[in-house]
Design a protein around this ligand. Structure first.
Ligand code: GLV
Ligand code: MN
Ligand code: MN
Ligand code: MN
Length: 421
């Protein structure tokens, strides 16, 4: 390790990173299943803003320059020797699932801050600037789909494509975004998007492999593809006590037929395919009314593009064929094809882990991440740290202080290698 790199890595503080993770977990924190400390921090809310304020206060103390773009992506910049060069970008997200944990997303942001703080404290000046980003709405828990901040930044979709998304209270994304930007009007504003020199995101694995195989660092090779659909089944509401079954147009019954048929379509003996109906809404939603409308979501993922396209394209036909008395509409809300990271950034991560004497494993990501939208723009990669039992999107999600610090040290070294390249 070159002297500056060793000093920067040594300056990563396990205690500071852990204390910040725990302090952030208080913002939206709740005690959930099994007494575990979960976090519910939806994007573009007062809680989100409180967390961002805290992050900003830490970043400024660390000497980083803070700015925000029109998609409310928040940037913390450690200046490089040559400010005219494209920066290296790192980061993740601060929003959570409603039953989220203390590490998903926020770990990558705080590990990024820890890395630049350590680099600055060691008196190391990278050739290129390093920017830490907190992407807006990665989870899609409030406004579906997720990754709207990174999709806007990269031009994967125009920002306006998300204006009319609505949350469960009928609030439009464009209005929530405007409110956030107004509340942060004191922050320097930057234009939307640029081409980074490289992008590297740190994250908990959210799966069981690293822990099971006893490895300290995951070198992520790529991300499987995902497609999100919303299916609406329209029937007619009627009296539950008086209406004969043959006269009904019961949206719940046709929905159940559709879900059953979709399970058959998505059956995969190899258990590689992921098919989830995670949300169902029924109207009017009373015990003694036949449901007029039933709406459900589909989250479908596969690492093979052909399977993702063929099975996903078959969904609408299967739903239509399942209708007996109702009508159905199938809307695709989100599509991200599988991505491969290639060798540039994963190679840097693997080399940094090795230089630090840490064990590593190459593995793909089953979860989606903002990183996948950076792939067309610049060399991209991710590093994973193990999490207990592979559990995530649950209050019991856990990665220990030691694992968090190891990831931040590898991140610091890899970011320096990229920023000096
Ligand atoms: C993101 O959290 C995902 O669902 O993969
Ligand atoms: Mn995440
Ligand atoms: Mn998540
Ligand atoms: Mn995610």
């Amino acid at each position: 390790m070159a002297g500056g790199v060793a000093a920067a890595v040594a300056a990563v503080s396990e205690a500071r990173l852990w204390q910040r993770l725990m302090e952030m977990a208080e913002i939206g924190g709740f005690i959930g299943d099994g007494g575990h400390h979960g976090v519910n921090r939806p994007c573009l809310t007062p809680l989100d803003r409180e967390a961002r304020r805290l992050l900003i206060s830490w970043a400024r103390r660390a000497g980083a320059a803070v700015s925000v773009d029109p998609a409310a992506n928040l940037f913390l910049r450690l200046e490089g020797e040559d400010p005219s060069l494209a920066p290296v970008l790192t980061g993740s997200h601060m929003d959570t699932q409603p039953q989220g944990g203390r590490f998903d997303g926020i770990y990558g942001v705080l590990a990024g801050l820890e890395a630049i703080e350590a680099i600055a404290a060691a008196g190391v000046r990278p050739r290129r600037a390093i920017e830490v980003v907190a992407w807006t709405n990665e989870e899609g828990g409030r406004f579906a789909p997720g990754c709207t901040g990174s999709m806007s930044f990269t031009g994967f979709k125009p920002m306006s494509a998300f204006d009319d998304l609505v949350d469960r209270d009928g609030i439009r994304y464009a209005d929530a975004l405007a409110e956030q930007l107004a509340a942060e009007a004191d922050l320097p504003r930057r234009p939307l998007g640029y081409t980074p020199h490289a992008y590297l995101e740190a994250h908990i694995e959210q799966g069981p492999r690293l822990e099971a195989e006893g490895k300290e660092i995951g070198v992520v090779t790529g991300i499987q593809g995902s497609r999100w659909f919303t299916v609406s089944v329209e029937g007619r509401t009627d009296h539950a006590g008086t209406t004969p079954l043959r006269l009904r147009r019961d949206s719940v019954q046709d929905m159940l037929r559709a879900i059953g048929a979709l399970n058959t379509l998505m059956h995969d003996p190899a258990d590689v395919l992921r098919f989830t109906v995670g949300s169902i809404r029924v109207e009017p939603g009373t015990s003694n009314s036949v449901a007029r409308k039933a709406e459900f979501t589909i989250d479908f993922r596969h690492p093979d593009k052909e399977v993702l396209l063929a099975r996903g394209d078959a969904i609408a036909g299967v739903v239509q064929a399942s209708m007996t008395s109702c009508t159905a509409t199938v809307e695709e809300r989100f599509r991200a094809l599988p991505v491969e990271f290639g060798e540039r950034v994963p190679g840097v991560v693997a080399a940094a882990a090795e230089a630090q004497g840490l064990t590593s494993l190459r593995l793909p990501s089953g979860a989606f991440h903002d990183a996948q939208f950076l792939v067309p723009l610049c060399p991209t990669g991710m590093l994973f740290i193990p999490c207990r039992g592979g559990v995530s999107h649950h209050p019991s999600e856990y990665a220990g202080p030691d694992a968090c610090a190891k990831g931040a040290r590898v991140l610091a070294e890899a970011l320096l290698a990229l920023a000096n390249g």
